[in-house]
Design a protein around this ligand. Structure first.
Ligand SMILES: [Zn+2]
Length: 196
């Protein structure tokens, strides 16, 4: 039998995954084995997906150094959060923190809010920690936890990049579009909070 290499997710596949996702929140029990499960994990629910694209959008609105500092802070603290969950898996309100991250990121994008580098990095890093901690919790019993972690980090980077590219592409002619997207993201955050 010929082995065909897997293609990376295309926008079409992403749309299908979004439509096929029956839950708003990514964590009610799912496959955690290996790289492909990790790669697909952020598509399991809207909560990760929206927050990760939002970080990219906000970074692009801010521009300058923050365009890479914010996504880097999110990803770094996501890795730290996952590690912390494996050591101390008892922190409460993590899903609420994730839903709140969608709401707050939506609001700052809708307002095109530009805070100091330190404050915006701190906010983004805190949210990254929540997302990573939730990933870590579900990694108990994972077959290949490192490969799974690598997978979700790679998809997170791609989603940040998608947000950044959207932010940059709309900068000249339609600056209002990211703000409109921010409003939709914030509304989704309210919905996510109500779904917990
Ligand atoms: Zn997760």
């Amino acid at each position: 039998m010929k082995i065909v290499p897997r293609k990376p997710p295309t926008p079409f596949l992403i749309a299908v995954l979004l439509l096929g996702s029956s839950t708003a929140l990514a964590h009610p029990g799912h496959d955690v084995s290996g790289l492909s499960a990790g790669l697909l994990h952020p598509f399991n629910g809207f909560d990760h997906l929206l927050a990760m694209v939002a970080v990219g959008l906000w970074a692009a609105q801010n521009g300058g150094r923050k365009i890479w500092l914010l996504p880097a802070a999110f990803m770094l603290l996501m890795a730290v959060g996952a590690k912390c969950a494996l050591i101390y898996p008892f922190l409460p309100l993590i899903e609420s923190g994730i839903a709140a991250s969608v709401l707050v990121l939506g609001i700052v994008i809708a307002l095109s809010l530009k805070l100091s580098a330190r404050l915006s990095i701190a906010i983004t890093a805190l949210f990254g920690f929540f997302h990573g901690y939730a990933h870590g919790l579900e990694m108990f019993g994972a077959v290949e936890p490192e490969a799974y972690a690598l997978g979700f980090l790679a998809t997170t980077a791609a989603l940040h990049l998608a947000g950044i590219m959207t932010g940059i592409a709309t900068r000249v002619r339609c600056m209002r579009l990211p703000q409109a997207l921010g409003t939709v993201i914030a509304a989704s955050g309210v919905w996510l909070l109500s779904a917990i």
